[in-house]
Design a protein around this ligand. Structure first.
Ligand code: G
Ligand code: G
Ligand code: MN
Ligand code: NA
Length: 263
């Protein structure tokens, strides 16, 4: 309760900041994108992760202002990143909460952020959780309509935490999304010891990848911590991975050293 009360002032006083975690091409190890992850440097409670305050901000509606700030900051940061050695520029991935998707201003906010920073639309990926896109109700604009408008701007859409919600697969097929992010829980299950391991972990990941590809989406696996997991995912056809194997989230000034990739 106290934390959620303090959040508006914290945002105004510059206590929030972003870190970036690389998203890596599983085939050649190059860095494709950086995901922006918000943190709160609380004057009394110390460093807080998004898990500790994003849900509170979602409950109070503060997530709309917070999300708008994250979007601006991340897009501005990304506009300044140097190209990788292969000449390609990094994309920036920004998490968008369900409340933001139902805000009529989201497309305008995105357009404004791109225009004022000069970042090309194709270099912005908006990450929307599976449950957010699959719940088109909530009184706002239908999620599908908003996602279509964003997609027409040239922005990429990724479905985040896939496999943890209850998806309407017919609806999934209609989403203008280019990427499906497989939730870390499935990645973890791939290499869990035989006794506790869910026997069908590999079969589930295989079918998620098949499903994504059938819908014309590429796959990013989250929470990859070991080279064995990365090898399995690559063999199963996942295109990209993200996780501690490559890097934790780093402050903005360390992004350039991660641009070239991982062997
Ligand atoms: O760092 P941690 O594992 O605690 O992250 C918890 C969750 O917070 C993640 O699922 C991540 O997607 C989410 N998150 C991180 N940054 C943002 C943000 O800027 N906006 C929203 N809506 N969620 C975020
Ligand atoms: O849900 P989302 O993917 O947006 O959340 C990303 C969060 O997952 C980050 O905040 C980070 O703390 C956490 N994370 C990133 N990589 C790994 C990893 O390899 N292992 C684990 N356990 N958590 C990770
Ligand atoms: Mn995410
Ligand atoms: Na996730």
């Amino acid at each position: 309760y106290a934390l959620s009360q303090a959040l508006p002032a914290a945002l105004e006083h510059g206590e929030l900041f972003l870190e970036y975690q690389p998203i890596v091409d599983l085939n050649d190890g190059t860095t494709c994108a950086m995901e922006a992850l918000v943190r709160w440097k609380h004057p009394v409670r110390g460093l807080l992760g998004p898990g500790e305050f994003v849900p509170l901000a979602e409950d109070t509606g503060m997530i709309v202002a917070l999300g708008r700030w994250v979007l601006r900051r991340a897009v501005e940061d990304a506009a300044s990143w140097p190209p990788a050695p292969n000449g390609r520029r990094l994309m920036v991935a920004v998490n968008v909460a369900v409340r933001q998707v139902h805000e009529p201003d989201l497309c305008t906010d995105v357009t404004d952020a791109l225009e004022s920073s000069g970042l090309p639309a194709e270099l912005l990926q908006l990450e929307i959780t599976e449950s957010a896109v699959m719940n088109p109700g909530e009184g706002g604009r239908p999620a599908l309509e908003t996602l279509q408008a964003l997609s027409e701007l040239g922005v990429r859409i990724a479905i985040d935490d896939f496999g943890t919600g209850y998806s309407n697969l017919a609806y999934l097929h209609r989403l203008p999304a280019s990427t499906l992010k497989i939730d870390y829980s499935f990645v973890k299950a791939l290499t869990q010891p035989a006794v506790t391991r869910h026997d069908s972990a590999e079969a589930i990941v295989t079918s998620l990848i098949t499903l994504a590809h059938a819908c014309g989406m590429t796959v990013t696996a989250e929470g990859v911590e070991t080279a064995v997991q990365a090898a399995i995912l690559r063999n199963l056809g996942a295109e990209r991975a993200q996780g501690f194997l490559y890097s934790r989230a780093v402050p903005h000034d360390r992004v350039p050293e991660l641009c070239s990739g991982f062997e």
